[in-house]
Design a protein around this ligand. Structure first.
Ligand code: AMP
Length: 166
């Protein structure tokens, strides 16, 4: 459970920390890997979502997966990537959320994933929540907790865990 004070501080800024779908770079499964490589190089990200024509989230495509595919091609020439589709190299969506307020889940996922897709009840892609946006909130929390709350250390006992995870 996230501490209520921490949750309130993280959500204090009422502006959304979701990067909306219309500004998230994406490709479709039927795009060529050459096209996906161009998009990834242009935006400078390692991984972007793969969307269907109806905006359903289908998977993820990464620079590493494209490079891996390229290395399987004799001669490893980049133009060979035009013979392959994103569908040949995309990976399934590991984690997602359907509510941007599910902070505990989001924070846990962001430990391993640089971003988490947000989908609606019909699995339609709504946007992403990134480490950067969450870290901005955590930075605010780290600097302002004492402004909003009295924080005093508890007496440590032998039973008090010094390190605990989630
Ligand atoms: P950041 O926390 O800003 O470094 O973003 C983490 C990851 O989220 C990036 O490496 C990308 O994979 C993804 N990402 C962030 N912003 C966008 C965007 N506008 N379009 C597509 N992917 C993005």
């Amino acid at each position: 459970m996230i501490d209520t004070a921490v949750e309130q501080m993280l959500l204090k800024d009422t502006r959304s920390y979701v990067i909306p779908a219309d500004v998230v770079a994406n490709v479709t499964a039927s795009n060529t890997l050459e096209h996906a490589l161009m998009v990834l190089s242009k935006v400078g990200y390692n991984r972007i979502p793969v969307l269907a024509a109806d905006d359903h989230l289908q998977g993820m495509i990464s620079l590493a997966a494209i490079t891996d595919k390229l290395l399987q091609v004799p001669g490893a020439a980049v133009d060979q990537l035009s013979h392959y589709k994103v569908a040949d190299a995309m990976s399934p969506v590991g984690h997602w959320v359907d509510d941007p307020k599910k902070l505990e889940t989001i924070l846990n996922y962001l430990v391993d994933d640089p971003f988490i897709p947000l989908i609606d009840d019909h699995q339609v892609f709504q946007g992403i929540i990134t480490r950067r946006e969450l870290l901005k909130r955590i930075n605010y929390l780290a600097h302002n907790l004492h402004v909003n709350y009295d924080v005093t250390p508890k007496q440590l006992t032998a039973k008090t865990p010094l390190h605990s995870h989630s």
